[in-house]
Design a protein around this ligand. Structure first.
Ligand code: FE
Ligand code: CA
Length: 539
């Protein structure tokens, strides 16, 4: 907690140019000079973001790029490949007259001049404004907040929950409406970018161009994140509230699992691509500096939990990094496929863990310990069992989702029941469809107790699966309370002390950047009673 209570902008800018900035032990004066004026260009075109709110701090993010979409290997984002020192400020008020914290940070060229500042010393449970200053350039102002203190009573937590934003397939009106809903916290549950570029044969799907082929290396992934962040609605959302992020497959490659991707023949062939994708993910997300992947490691510690006063515990899971490859794949296609138990007994092997043993152990320990009012489990996929039909009517299962790892799911749900974890609510994405489900101790027995409630949000813009094909499956899956894949949107979740509500929010048309929003369905979960109850839709 530093900084004087009232600092004029002129004084700040003078400070940036002061001799103290030219510490040769850190970076040379020449280096500082190199990016000082950015050739007259705005270096803050990728906006600002914040994340990982704790009771005393938050992570602030920006990335300096004067030419964000450049894939020049030397001048990444248009920047001279030298470190840039910049200043960050957190204030209680938008004019920045009451500074709560401030400091300096280095934007390093090896991290594409991204900046991840871990701010400490803030007050719990309150909103702040923040900005960055580099040379003469000042970033847009972002708004963020801290979590309430661990024992603070809290009346309400509003979450906006998104997944699957495909730049080519639509505009991000959903992100704009999420910002307008004024959430305390945004959750991004995966497929934040799509690494692929739509083939010429499917040109009719394209609403706007990626402007680059499929991302397969660091320059490609950086281009993709930069492209998404130049979208004004996504930039606005990030500037409006802090977020928690986890990933699914398309941040790396379609249907990848652990060390393999669907079309890669060997671990070695895929490793470099995964390393590049993970590095670019960290560079562009408001994640703590400590999560930065070691160069070439293809490893990023992502699963974690965040508490919100006494009201809620939010567990963020990583469903991709630690899983073994999907069962019964046959090269050249190792990804998701529909299998029967006769085709693929391997699927049922109890040793198959989507989360990996370390993450499972961590999660079950959390289930045993947490006694906050609600336990939110945020992850990438539909968790409930979805029984499909093979050609001859035999039960069939899609191996890229939890169905490829059913023993892990059974352990998770059994642990929730056994540990009497308070009010478990699972939130997911990936499906490009809304699902409201009862997570059962035994999915094959409709009388089995409901252990947890699940909401899967539809996509922000990625095209949905055929409605009829999945609607037909509902009679076989009585624990599915609602399904719809026909509209794009997000989830708005209000957690309160005696009940939580979830609004399924839909935009009219993802091909229209000005699309209005509406609520398709609303549900309530009462304290102590798992299972979503439909309520009359509000606005
Ligand atoms: Fe998706
Ligand atoms: Ca996915």
């Amino acid at each position: 907690m530093t900084g004087s209570p009232s600092v004029s902008r002129r004084a700040l800018l003078a400070g940036v140019g002061a001799v103290a900035f030219c510490a040769p032990s850190l970076i040379g004066c020449a280096n500082r000079e190199a990016n000082r004026d950015f050739g007259g260009a705005n270096p803050f075109k990728l906006g600002v973001a914040s994340g990982e709110p704790g009771p005393n701090g938050v992570v602030l993010w920006t990335r300096l790029a004067t030419v964000p979409l450049s894939q020049d290997p030397v001048y990444v984002g248009g920047m001279i490949p030298k470190p840039v020192r910049l200043r960050w400020e957190v204030a209680e008020d938008e004019p920045f007259t009451r500074l709560a914290a401030s400091g300096e940070a280095i934007a390093a060229p090896e991290d594409a001049h991204s900046v991840h500042v871990e701010v400490a010393g803030l007050a719990p449970g309150r909103w702040y404004f923040y900005r960055f200053i580099a040379g003469d350039a000042v970033s847009p102002i972002g708004r963020t907040r801290t979590a309430p203190g661990p024992t603070d009573p809290v009346d309400r937590l509003r979450l906006a929950v998104a997944s699957c934003s495909n730049y080519e397939q639509g505009y991000f009106a959903g992100y704009r409406h999420m910002a307008e809903d004024a959430p305390d916290l945004c959750l991004f549950l995966g497929d934040y970018i799509y690494a692929y570029t739509t083939a010429a044969a499917k040109r009719a799907q394209i609403v706007r161009e990626n402007g680059a082929p499929e991302a397969t290396d660091l320059a490609g992934y950086r281009q993709r994140y930069a492209l998404y962040r130049t979208d004004p609605d996504l930039a606005r959302l990030h500037a409006a509230a802090p977020c928690l992020v986890t990933w699914d497959d398309h941040e790396v490659d379609n249907d990848y699992g652990g060390d393999y991707s669907a079309l890669f023949a060997s671990e070695a062939a895929f490793h470099g691509r995964r390393a590049a994708a993970y590095q670019a993910y960290w560079e562009h997300m408001p994640l703590a500096p400590s999560r930065r992947p070691r160069p070439g490691s293809a490893s990023l510690p992502l699963y974690r939990s965040v508490s919100w006063g006494r009201l809620a515990e939010i567990a963020l899971l990583d469903g991709r990094q630690f899983r073994p490859v999907q069962p019964c794949g046959t090269p050249p296609w190792r990804g998701g496929r529909l299998v029967t138990d006769r085709d693929c007994p391997e699927r049922l092997d109890p040793a198959r863990s989507m989360l990996g043993s370390a993450q499972e152990a961590w999660l079950y320990d959390l289930f045993a310990r947490t006694r906050r009012g609600w336990t939110l489990i945020a992850q990438d996929l539909l968790m409930a069992q979805l029984k499909q039909r093979a050609d001859k009517g035999e039960a069939a299962w899609w191996t890229d989702g939890w169905e490829g790892y059913p023993a892990n799911r059974a352990r998770l749900i059994e642990t929730l029941a056994k540990r009497r974890t308070p009010n478990p609510v699972v939130l997911g994405g990936d499906f490009h469809a809304f699902w409201v489900t009862d997570l059962k101790a035994d999915f094959d027995d409709p009388r089995a107790p409901t252990v947890a409630t699940e909401f899967v949000g539809t996509s922000i813009s990625a095209l949905g699966p055929p409605y009829e094909r999945f609607a037909r499956l509902l009679p076989d899956n009585p624990h599915m309370r609602f399904f719809d894949s026909r509209q794009r949107g997000y989830l708005r979740v209000d957690v309160g002390q005696t009940a939580a509500t979830c609004d399924l929010r839909v935009i009219a048309d993802a091909r229209d950047p000005a699309s209005p929003v509406a609520t398709l369905r609303s549900y309530r979960i009462d304290d102590g009673r798992p299972g979503a109850v439909p309520i009359a839709a509000s606005s």
